[in-house]
Design a protein around this ligand. Structure first.
Ligand code: AMP
Length: 380
């Protein structure tokens, strides 16, 4: 096994959003330096990193120079081209590996991998032509959801098809429809709730798991995450067992989140994977012995993982750009809720649907924590 990368070393982050920012805060707290590379400037990560490099992910010379200056490279944005991860790997340890990104950044590859490995998934059907779509709809009936295979997150590139008359417009809306679209039709899952397990796995194969978190989405974007989830021990054990097996199957060194549906009949189905800390794990910063970002750092550096123990029931509410519709939110009003912890990402433009920050609260029960974060957010 490679020697651990110790405090004082420099870690590179590809991507520069809030996940990189919270990673950088954790890393700096432990005495590491952080460099970030992305096409943007004055970014959430760059604002707290030691060095912010402004370059396209396709600029492989810039990526190589970035990797030369650091001991390890990790990601906060998983949709970087495979060539970018490969160029970085010429000079630095890259965790998780480029091959994991390759699998998880494309829905069809990810689902095919999971299905072949025997994981439970909602039925899916690859769609490249209108005939494929018709065949998938004939297989599953209505409603279904058509998802673009690449670059999908927060429900982007997704259309629900509730009737035959909606199929053509859904097909045309897929990116690349004029050439060859690359999409997946999924049967609609009438879920009881959505759960996620955030896990970290070290180079020696040891792993820790948070959750499951109970996630509520609004307009297909995570709205509230709560831990512990209001589920029984059987579902909780099964969800963690699934996550653990996914990390093994992908040989992840780093953090990975498995998002799942819990169906009305009590079955767990994987919705998608994110090979990095996840929005549903943000509450681990305030509520757990070790946050998901510190686990990412430890795993990437080859250090032992920390305890994922939840210190108290907790909830997190996302703050989207919509909260700025009537001007700057009333931060002092949120801070007047003494249990609420306000996290803002330093984003300069509050667009609707854009994740700008979140609020976390801890309480005696998960239900009370959820009430607190909703109240704090409501007061903005
Ligand atoms: P995704 O980007 O695939 O995670 O989808 C975003 C959200 O859309 C999910 O968290 C669900 O709330 C909803 N969704 C996605 N796929 C399905 C499905 N097959 N059935 C029901 N709801 C879905």
């Amino acid at each position: 096994m490679k020697l651990p990368i110790l405090p004082g070393s420099t870690i590179g982050v590809l991507g520069s959003g809030q996940l990189g920012r919270m990673f950088a805060i954790s890393a700096r707290r432990m005495g590491y330096r952080v460099h970030t590379l992305s096409p943007d400037s004055d970014t959430p990560t760059g604002q707290v990193a030691d060095v912010e490099i402004n370059a396209a992910y396709e600029d492989l010379d810039a990526v190589r120079a970035f990797a030369r200056a650091v001991s390890a490279v990790t990601f906060e944005f998983e949709n970087v081209p495979a060539a970018t991860a490969a160029a970085a790997a010429e000079y630095a340890r890259v965790r998780p590996s480029g091959s994991i990104l390759h699998t998880t950044q494309h829905r069809l590859r990810e689902k095919t991998f999971l299905a072949n490995a025997g994981f439970p998934l909602a039925p899916f059907h690859p769609v490249r032509t209108a005939d494929d779509l018709a065949a998938g709809l004939a297989r599953f009936g209505y409603p279904c959801v058509l998802k673009s295979a690449g670059f999908g997150y927060d429900g982007k590139g997704q259309v629900k098809i509730s009737a035959p008359s909606e199929a053509a417009a859904a097909f045309d809306s897929m990116p690349g429809a004029a050439a060859v679209p690359d999409a997946v039709l999924e049967a609609w899952v009438d879920f009881e709730r959505e759960l996620s397990v955030v896990s970290a796995r070290a180079a020696d194969g040891s792993a820790v798991h948070y959750g499951p978190m109970d996630n509520t989405h609004r307009n297909r974007i995570l709205d509230i995450a709560v831990s512990p989830a209001p589920i029984g021990p059987r579902v909780s054990r099964e969800a963690i067992a699934i996550a653990s097996s996914v990390l093994e199957a992908l040989d992840v060194v780093g953090v990975l989140c498995v998002e799942m549906f819990l169906t009305q009949s009590g079955k767990l189905l994987i919705n998608e994977l994110a090979p990095r800390p996840h929005n549903s794990g943000h509450l681990t910063v305030d509520a757990c012995v070790t946050s998901q970002f510190e686990q990412q750092l430890r795993a990437v550096c080859g250090l032992p993982l920390g305890s994922p123990e939840l210190l108290r029931p907790a909830a997190m509410a996302n703050l989207l750009g919509d909260s700025w519709a009537n001007g700057e939110p009333r931060w002092a009003a949120a801070c007047a809720h003494p249990q609420a912890k306000l996290h803002l990402y330093g984003k300069l433009e509050p667009r609707p649907g854009r994740k700008m920050g979140h609020i976390t609260a801890l309480a005696e029960t998960a239900g009370e924590a959820e009430r607190l974060v909703r109240a704090a957010r409501g007061s903005l």
